[in-house]
Design a protein around this ligand. Structure first.
Ligand code: UDP
Length: 376
């Protein structure tokens, strides 16, 4: 079949935020798209399931945050966003600490009441780690954390949580992961430094539905089981799945972390008083408990909805049959990905986008930004 006879300009594989935003843009530019997804629903990992009137983030908590005004205006043009501000709390053996690391945390940890008191303690604690570095840059997450906040915070709030989340010692993880978290010498529990954050009013499904409005979509379709037929329906492919799978694992398998959720309905209106509570001790098997209603219900609304839904999150290594959530950022995987990337760079008719296709620890906003920036 030549390009003129093809039915679609783009076959978009995967209806997560990259695929859906790309489809939106393509449609606006008069292009015809077919979106397929192997799951029974659209939206990829931002999909929510409604349980007891509460939008449950089925594939993990998603909080949209960005400083990019264009991205913020764009998503709000699809659906307005609410004022949710992420202020997670850490529970370490029953002791509660505010996150990210800020004056509230330092007060809870050491009784430090002023920035200079807190800074003095951090400096004292980090001096040993700084001396060990002997002038070089921190090479791993442990070194980075110790020079950022000292050993008390590292031991109580970082080490156990991180090793549970990634299944690897902090000394073998890249430093940049912990640099995602702000350290603030003010009393401010806002987890993100970004100018804008929130949750779509009515939930993420409204965002996805808005993006895919008027686009032909088919769910329950696995690209790999009908690859030849599907590839011939469009001039170009937008692939948002695992890049190693796209190339039949020809260089070997990339590693991912997966997350398993134990979700339950609890017969109280307010279970933990916050959307996110991280369990940072190594001996608690889950990493965090999400209480979904707090993303979208505020004040009296929390109590008007008599029940609540909570999910305990367990992080494990990915293998076939599980959902891949996080790329594993170590050297072996970086080198392996570079090989696949070389193959993908040679493709003229395939666009790779999103966490799995670019093997990148992306947040949502940069994904939308990248899709909006594509030459469609
Ligand atoms: N982290 C931590 N303690 C916490 C929360 C986060 O040590 O209570 C570290 C951990 O290494 C994690 C990283 O910070 O991988 C980034 O956390 P973030 O909340 O950004 O992860 P995500 O929401 O993407 O799972």
């Amino acid at each position: 079949m030549n390009a003129n006879e093809m039915k679609y300009n783009y076959l978009i594989i995967g209806s997560g935020l990259f695929g859906a935003t790309f489809a939106y843009k393509a449609k606006q530019n008069g292009k015809k798209c077919l979106v397929i997804d192997k799951r029974p629903h659209l939206g990829g990992n931002v999909y929510c399931e409604n349980i007891e009137g509460i939008n449950v983030h089925k594939y993990g908590a998603h909080i949209f945050h960005t400083s990019n005004e264009i991205v913020w205006k764009f998503v709000n043009s699809i659906v307005p966003f609410n004022r949710y501000t992420n202020c997670p709390v850490a529970n370490y053996h029953g002791e509660l600490y505010n996150l990210p690391f800020n004056m509230n945390t330092f007060y809870q940890m050491w009784g430090a009441r002023t920035p200079s008191e807190a800074q003095r303690i951090i400096n004292e604690q980090k001096s040993e780690a700084v001396a060990k570095l002997n002038g070089r840059e921190p090479q791993n997450l442990e070194e980075q954390a110790l020079i950022l906040v000292g050993h008390d915070i590292y031991e109580k709030l970082i080490k156990g949580y991180t090793e549970k989340q990634w299944g690897r010692p902090c000394s073998e993880l890249p430093a940049f992961i912990i640099r995602r978290l702000p350290v603030r010498m003010i009393f401010d529990n806002n987890y993100f430094n970004d100018k804008y954050q929130g949750i779509p009013v009515g939930g993420y499904n409204c965002l996805v539905e808005g993006l895919l409005d008027g686009v032909e979509c088919r769910t329950g379709v696995d690209f790999f089981s009908e690859r030849n037929e599907l590839q011939s329906v469009a001039e170009k492919i937008v692939f948002t799945g695992k890049i190693d799978e796209f190339y039949d694992y020809c260089y070997g398998k990339l590693q991912y972390r997966t997350v398993r959720f134990e979700t339950e309905v609890v017969d109280v209106p307010n279970f933990q008083g916050n959307a996110v509570v991280n369990y940072t001790a190594a001996d608690v098997p889950y990493t965090r408990i999400i209480e979904h209603k707090h993303f979208e219900m505020f004040g009296q609304e929390v109590y008007d909805c008599k029940k609540t839904v909570v999910s305990r999150e367990y992080s494990t290594e990915w293998n076939d049959g599980k959902e891949p959530f996080y790329p594993v950022n170590d050297n072996r995987n970086a080198e392996l990905y570079a090989k696949y990337k070389k193959l993908s760079d040679r493709e003229e008719n395939v666009i790779f986008g999103g966490r799995l296709a670019e093997y990148k620890y992306y947040d949502m906003a940069p994904i939308v930004e990248r899709a909006l920036g594509m030459d469609v």
